[in-house]
Write a protein that binds this ligand. Sequence first.
Ligand SMILES: C[S@@+](CC[C@H](N)C(=O)[O-])C[C@H]1O[C@@H](n2cnc3c(N)ncnc32)[C@H](O)[C@@H]1O
Ligand code: FES
Length: 458
Amino acid sequence: MEPFRFHLFVCTQQKPEGIPSCPASGSFAVLDALDREIQARGLDNDMQLTTCGCMGLCDEGPVMVVYPAGVWYRRVQPSDVPEIVGTHVGDGKPVDRLVWNDAPAMKAMSVEHREKFRAAMAAREKAGVLPDRLDQMIRGYMPSRCILTALELDIFTAVGDGANAEQIGTKIHANARAAGMLLNALVALGLLSKSGDDYKNTPESARFFVQGSKDNHRNGLLHTANIWHRWSTLTDAVRSGTRVPIDRDPDHKDDRDDNPAWTRNFITAMQRHAKDRAPLVVKALGTAGVRRILDLGGGSGAYSIAFAKAGPDVQCEILDIPEVVPLTAGYVRQAGVLAQVSLRAGDMLQDDFGSGYDIIMLNAICHMFSEEQNRDIFRRAHQALAPNGRLVVQDFILNPDKTGPLHAALFSLNMLVNTDVGASYSEVEYTHWMKAAGFTDVCRINLPGPSGLIVGLA
Ligand SMILES: C[S@@+](CC[C@H](N)C(=O)[O-])C[C@H]1O[C@@H](n2cnc3c(N)ncnc32)[C@H](O)[C@@H]1O
Ligand code: FES
């Protein structure tokens, strides 16, 4: 049975470098071209496009199969895609010049491939070779470091519409030979292209990494570059139980202390995540009966801004540290909701919260603090809420045994290297602390993405 008229499988099996594979022959570009062509022709509802693993014909890649007839195509290139979609999917006639229908030869190749693969795996197992999966995980910092350095040096902007290593090196005040090595690695990572001596941005890097582009993420990503330095202290942080200075000198001022650029990058990064999530949170909580909201550690103000836009009667108050409030003010002004969102500089661990709120929000806050600090915030929030007001915690919430989800487990270490006492916490913990503070009807609301909500009623 086929729910669609056609079902296209494209092999995207990744293999170690140097071993023939469909991705090495360009199957991701074919997949992308198929998706675009299918949409352009309005054929989405006629067919299903699916990626699949190795079909044993790796020397002939990219390989794809079209069902229900089971037509096998080999060596497909993006330039073949309009013909395949138009002739095969549109008119029901396979593109003969790309079809491979020599079943005995295909079976022989597939069987030979399988035997070779099994023999190679057995030999590696016997020789005690480190599995590729582990090796890739261990060396995962290399691509990450290349991109972060390129962002720090603003290389993608320097590449502009095209330039050679010497020109780019001069623009970013770097050594031309070393810049060339980094540029070549960025080509290998698929973030630049190279023709002769000239480098060019890919459409993706031009869109996301170049100054002046509407969707430029560089400033927010520089926060990840800052965090990278802190992650290099993980070994010492695990030994000591808390964050340690980056250069191990106890008198050394940390990169983040009194550093306006660090704070600006941090809040830009927070805004990048929060602006997409804020409408989901507003939808999950609703604005019915909501007049006053306290947004503790509101950062860029994205959540208050979203609430203000969703309900003209909603008044929000953001409490954040003095260094951040001027940045928050910029976002609130830009959103045009100054009349509904007020700002207060202070310390949520010390300051009185006020009273009569319908919602108190803790978006991405609790992970900065210890259990005792969170319990204290929850207690004071309970007193500050109106009857039936809600305390809302949004965070990366761990499973009861704290071994997952992966993002939350890794984020806990992010807090170890970045804060004195922070960590990711589990739903069990949040629920327990809220109930101890006097909240009832504590429930979890799942959101798309890595974070979730825990909501309690005062
Ligand atoms: C991880 S950010 C979250 C920002 C925002 N809620 C969001 O989700 O986008 C943490 C925020 O808490 C603020 N913050 C940290 N410690 C604070 C304190 N003691 N009092 C008030 N705000 C604080 C930070 O300045 C920052 O804006
Ligand atoms: S990698 Fe595609 S058929 Fe083997």
